[in-house]
Design a binder for this molecule. Sequence first.
Ligand SMILES: [Zn+2]
Ligand SMILES: [Zn+2]
Length: 405
Amino acid sequence: MTFAKTTLRRWKYLENLVFIFVFGYIFYYLITGFSQYSWATFSGKGFIYDFTNPIHTKEFYKCFLSVIGLLTSFYYLWEIGKLFIEVLKKEKNIKWSRTRLFNVFKEVRHRYQPTFLSSYFGELLTKLIVLDVFWILLPYFQKISLFTINFEWYSWIYAYLIWELSMWTWHYGAHKIRLFWCLHSPHHAPEELNMTVAWVHFFAEGYYSAAVQLVILMFLGVQPAMLLVIMSIETMWGTFIHAGERSFKDGRFGIMQKILITPSHHRVHHAKNPLYMDRNFCSFLPFWDWLFGTLQPQKKEIKIEYGITRKMDVTNFVDFYFGECFLLYKDVRNAKGLKNKILFMVKPPGWSPESVEHTAATVRANFIKENPELGYTSKDFLLNKIRKRRIVSVEDHMIENVKTV
Ligand SMILES: [Zn+2]
Ligand SMILES: [Zn+2]
């Protein structure tokens, strides 16, 4: 065996060992946290207290948060438990043996190693460097406010819509600018959606997303005090929509899908199918996706395939977390001329000076050419409405002219 192969094998062992430790550590805290919280409910604290207390203080959004918080912690455990049962059922004829145990480990590792290691890695990094720069940067951006809104109920709706616009903008950039995609790709790399995928965020992503969001939020007059409320809803719902098929088989939530981003919408966002790539950037209200034409409902005809389009082993943490950065570095290094080097960084993933064939936009457009019935979006709906209006108004104008003649 060569030196490189031996080192790789040792590294793999090390990753497995760290995963077993991290899995045990986080799983233990999930179980004890959930059982203590549920137990406290029986004595009038826990969930009951968190739900009823905000009613007295008229902070109704906290009631919503307590329900989503409870569901989220329940479904973390539910999904892991169901996976264990699924794997054990698959091989029920085989007696307990080392092989059977190893197969269970392999299946659990495939789903949870990338997410658990990312979460732990992020936790370790926070001890070394500041990750959440949002509140540090905020006072500097406050100076650019055009105006400041009040705290009336309608201002809250405005503030939430502007928050969502800021989310849509950085998230769209994260998919369309390759440099930013390098930081966002770990969130999309898992090959299955489960609640823990919400934990996966590249540590440096917050540095630029905070700046993008703050420019929009502060410029358009959102009160910083409102952001605490908005961000807690965002965090809770943003985690909840990662519930996989083990939690909610369909995940559309009936009529709710018209007004809220549901797990089904976010499953589409995490899919690598040509029709689904680079869609559904919002995380609570689908308004901006609807307006900008990036809203894509899940289609029965197209079964979701999760992950990113390049081949990779999700249990190789280094590739999972830093792989896209390395590939961009290679492309920039090999590119001819400064212009191409810069273009590689700012153009969408898949772009090269020779072709745009592999970008998500081209892949999707080619798919829709072959399947036009699947390509109708909210943008087409809106454009059709505008066109029809124009035709009607032109006809009215002609009739007027005829009358005057
Ligand atoms: Zn994304
Ligand atoms: Zn996600």
